[in-house]
Design a protein around this ligand. Structure first.
Ligand SMILES: [Zn+2]
Length: 507
């Protein structure tokens, strides 16, 4: 993945109102808000997302109240609503939606039961959006080599509260002290699960939540992965997560959901700079050569399978990692899944493939085997392709925190913070949708150029639109960064040219 400029305010607004997500969610959640609402729920969801662009509701209100900005927002909103089969348009005389009204609806949405419904709906419609842009689709990759577009990944991040603990009366009573590798941090530990395509800005946030019990991030991550899996099912092949997952989580994801887990192995101890890995005995593997049994002793170390042998001095030594041949998955009788990993055992009498279980075995205590053995170990050439998604989960955290002022939560209490992260998710997903739409337009444009040489008459009016569109796009680049948004009204006006020829993705 290459470095790229962050999306401009114009691009974010354009994507937000063009993508179906706010209307999809509203179609499902409409009843959650009060029925007497003056603004459709979709506009409230858009407000929450716009507050992330402007980093605060107060700044956003100032924008919405200047000149005819609100009127332009209303028009753009209505354009999107009109195109959506279940979109709810606003009468042209609707007054601006401002923070006071938004906060009222927000607090209603974040009541326990409503928040749970919202989180589930967010996952349902984000998975659907991902699938519409070619992610989490049941084609491509294999058990042995999962496809990155069918691999979900996630991470937790601690968001500091709005107020310091020292400020009397103004506190976030739900913030907690969290231990991290670099010390203690006070706040709410939020978790996001995502999937992404190869292009920049092609990331879709699939689920958001909050670690309910301090030190138990893995529990929330598993809960969210189950939630995504309940919607996407077999379209998911693998999960990438960091060291918060240990043997027990690997076992849950493999045997309950049938997923490969891609992560590094916890070292047993450190020896200076060296990480020393435990060795988990896997027993003897036997093959028969010319009527005689030949035995190879195998262990798991740093995720890979090795053969144990003796060197010239009679010391035990490990072979290099045995090459993976195939990963197989079988349905268990009582439900769930059982994996088997085939590795090539080299033998002077004839190399052969042996099958190893990554699950805890009878007679083995605890989850040492799934903790230390990987279906896709770090030594495998395919590992890095998937593990690279770890970097993206870190940029999810950075990307979200960039929208916060002074690195502090945008609202008090974890429920509002989860909604706030979901609002940022709506924006991120809208961008992914829009990026793909533009890519497909680009493909169409290239096809058009090819055919133009053959049939000039067909190019007629379309060329103007294409030129107009690219002009609108390049001018948007100077609109300012997300930290310094320009005046909303002029941004929206500039974008209208592009919006006029926006093409919808085919379902
Ligand atoms: Zn042998």
């Amino acid at each position: 993945m290459t470095r790229h400029r962050p999306p401009s305010v114009a691009e974010q607004l354009d994507a937000l109102f063009a993508s179906p997500l706010i209307h999809d969610l509203t179609a499902e959640l409409g009843d959650l808000g009060r029925r007497t609402r003056r603004h459709p729920l979709a506009m409230h969801l858009a407000y929450g997302a716009m507050a992330r662009i402007y980093r605060s509701a107060n700044r956003l209100d100032a924008e919405l109240l200047s000149g005819d900005t609100w009127q332009l927002v209303l028009e753009r909103y209505n354009e999107g609503a009109a195109r959506h089969p279940r979109g709810v348009e606003m009468p042209p005389t609707t007054p601006p939606l401002l923070a006071d009204t938004y906060r009222h609806v927000r607090d209603h949405l974040t009541q326990d039961e409503n928040l749970e419904t919202l989180q589930l709906a967010f996952t349902t419609h984000s998975v659907a959006l991902a699938q519409r842009i070619g992610l989490l689709v049941p084609q491509g990759g294999s058990r042995t080599r999962p496809h990155p577009r069918r691999t979900i990944y996630g991470d937790g991040t601690v968001v500091r509260p709005l107020y310091n603990r020292a400020e009397r009366g103004r506190q976030d009573p739900e913030a907690q002290e969290h231990a991290r590798h670099d010390g203690q941090i006070y706040g709410n530990n939020l978790v996001a699960i995502a999937v992404r395509g190869e292009a920049v800005q092609q990331r879709v946030i699939l689920a958001v939540g909050r670690v309910q019990q301090r030190g138990h991030e893995a529990d929330e991550a598993i809960r969210l992965i189950r939630q995504v899996h309940a919607v996407a099912g077999g379209a998911i092949q693998a999960v990438v997560y960091d060291g918060a997952f240990r043997g027990i989580q690997h076992e849950i994801l493999m045997s309950e959901l049938g997923l490969l887990v891609v992560n590094k192995v916890h070292a047993g101890r450190r020896d200076g700079d060296q990480r020393v890995h435990r060795q988990i005995p896997l027993g003897a593997s036997r093959h028969v050569v010319r009527g005689r049994a030949c035995e190879h002793s195998l262990v798991a170390s740093n995720g890979s399978i090795h053969e144990v042998g003796l060197d010239d001095a009679g010391q035990l030594v490990l072979s290099g990692p045995l090459r993976r041949q195939q990963v197989r998955r079988y349905q268990r009788g009582g439900g769930g899944w059982r994996f088997s990993l085939g590795v090539v055992v080299p033998c002077p009498k004839g190399s052969y493939v042996t099958w190893i279980s990554p699950h805890p075995q009878v007679g083995e205590r605890g989850h040492g085997r799934p903790d230390q053995l990987r279906l896709l170990p770090e030594s495998d050439p395919h590992f890095q392709r998937l593990y690279g998604l770890r970097n993206d989960s870190e940029s999810i955290n950075r990307g979200y925190k960039r929208t916060l002022i002074a690195d502090r939560a945008a609202a008090r209490g974890w429920r509002r913070q989860v909604l706030d992260l979901a609002s940022w998710g709506i924006l991120t997903n809208a961008l992914a949708w829009q990026t793909t739409a533009l890519q497909r337009q680009g493909a169409e444009q290239t096809m058009f150029r090819d055919s133009a040489t053959k049939d000039v008459s067909k190019s007629g009016g379309r060329l103007d639109t294409l030129v107009g569109s690219s002009r609108a796009r390049s001018s948007s680049r100077s609109d300012g960064s997300p930290t310094q948004p320009g005046p909303l009204a002029s941004i929206i006006r500039e974008r209208s040219l592009m919006a006029s020829r926006r093409m919808f993705l085919n379902d």
